[in-house]
Ligand binder design. Structure first.
Ligand SMILES: [Zn+2]
Length: 406
């Protein structure tokens, strides 16, 4: 049997050894300054935060929408037919100058105020008038081409349902409020969205916007075109499927210029910027602010760029290749938001194209700095986002409503 004392002595020896080893291994302060030549402490070189000047690309980046539009079918513009001669009948009291004949094959199709339409009264006591085209002898209702066409439901109900959707109430909830079938609400929504698209395509053009902010909101949304998937599935998706809503907006007028839905990719950034260029007046370049998504830079460069032929550096040798460079008027800054636990904790910005001074001058005209301008926009986003999360609504509809309002 081994006595206890043996163990305690072993422990004491072990502690002693540990003390000696620690003493040797510890770097002592007072000794040996000579053994190691003292190096001056150099501060670590800070990487310059100023971006290097952009040297241009050797090829223009690709934009799918731009390539599609590059070769439009060149159809000759239609010739305006002569106005209809006046007849000996009693003068017309109903104004038909805001309508046109919708029948394909009619020469007067699409032309307003040529006197080819006659109002016929209300067929079977309905709320809408019937029009008769004296050119093609065709008949059509005055609601043709509107959301009210072929609907039994009262106008006020449809308007209120769409307004409710636009305010952010979900499809099922709206259906419950107005005691309408959810599928009906969905159809109305799809139709209203198509009308909205046509409306904004017609009215939003040739804009001279001083600044534009582009952003993506993660939201609950739809990707449905009528008939692509069945209604139940669509309603489910509409209320559940997460997606990105891309927006471009003038922060001063709060005019929503572009609303699009898609994933967060370069192709989508190109698509959004392409749509922005289409609503702007030709040659107009606004100040652009986006979040920190890198793809915006490429997309903006694609649409607001031009070829530069650099000067020869030496007399001999081949000419340097042309470079695709941003337009001199292009001002673009990124505002990078940092979040902690979903709360905004910091905003930093970096100037990508143009000079900081030029950007600040544009912003100063409305009393903003780069930071505040984006926060203005951000507040709006957050409001939308809160609604989207809290009430599980269709954020796209809010955007569309905003667009329609504007
Ligand atoms: Zn006609």
């Amino acid at each position: 049997m081994i006595p206890h004392q043996f163990y305690s002595q072993l422990a004491v020896l072990g502690l002693l050894w540990l003390c000696v080893m620690l003493h040797l291994a510890w770097p002592s302060r007072g000794v040996t300054p000579q053994t190691q030549p003292a190096k001056p402490i150099t501060p670590r070189r800070q990487r310059s935060t100023d971006p290097k000047p952009f040297t241009g690309l050797t090829h223009k980046p690709h934009c799918a929408l731009g390539a599609q539009e590059a070769a439009p079918p060149q159809a000759s513009p239609p010739v305006r037919p002569d106005p209809m001669p006046p007849t000996h009948r009693r003068p017309r009291t109903v104004d038909t100058s805001r309508h046109f004949c919708p029948h394909t094959g009619c020469r007067y199709r699409g032309w307003l105020g040529l006197g080819n339409l006659r109002a016929n009264g209300h067929p079977s006591g309905g709320p809408w008038r019937q029009f008769h085209c004296t050119a093609c002898q065709g008949y059509f209702l005055e609601t043709h081409g509107t959301i009210f066409h072929g609907k039994q439901a009262p106008v006020e109900l449809i308007v209120r349902v769409v307004a409710c959707l636009a305010e952010g109430l979900g499809i099922r909830a709206t259906a419950r409020v107005f005691e309408v079938d959810a599928h009906t609400v969905l159809h109305w929504l799809v139709e209203a969205a198509e009308q909205r698209r046509a409306f904004s395509a017609h009215f939003l053009c040739d804009l001279h916007l001083e600044q534009l902010q582009l952003d993506e909101v993660y939201a609950v949304l739809r990707d449905r075109k009528a008939g692509a998937i069945n209604d139940d599935e669509a309603i489910q998706r509409l209320e559940r499927s997460p997606s990105w809503v891309w927006t471009a907006m003038d922060p001063r007028s709060k005019l929503l210029v572009v609303v699009d839905v898609g994933c967060r990719t370069l192709a989508m950034a190109q698509r959004v910027v392409h749509q922005v260029t289409r609503v702007l007046a030709p040659g107009w370049v606004p100040l652009l602010l986006t979040d920190g998504l890198k793809d915006y830079g490429t997309a903006l460069l694609t649409h607001f760029g031009h070829w530069i032929h650099p000067e020869r550096r030496q007399d001999k040798g081949p000419r340097p290749k042309p470079r695709w460079m941003p337009l001199p008027a292009l001002l673009y800054a990124q505002v990078v938001k940092s979040y902690r636990r979903r709360r905004l904790v910091g905003v930093t910005h970096r100037v990508v194209f143009g000079t900081r001074l030029a950007i600040e001058q544009v912003l100063a005209r409305c009393g903003w700095t780069i930071k505040t301008a984006f926060v203005e926009r951000l507040n709006l986003d957050l409001r939308q986002r809160v609604a989207a999360i809290g009430r599980r609504v269709n954020t796209l509809c809010q955007g569309e409503a905003g667009l329609r309002d504007q």
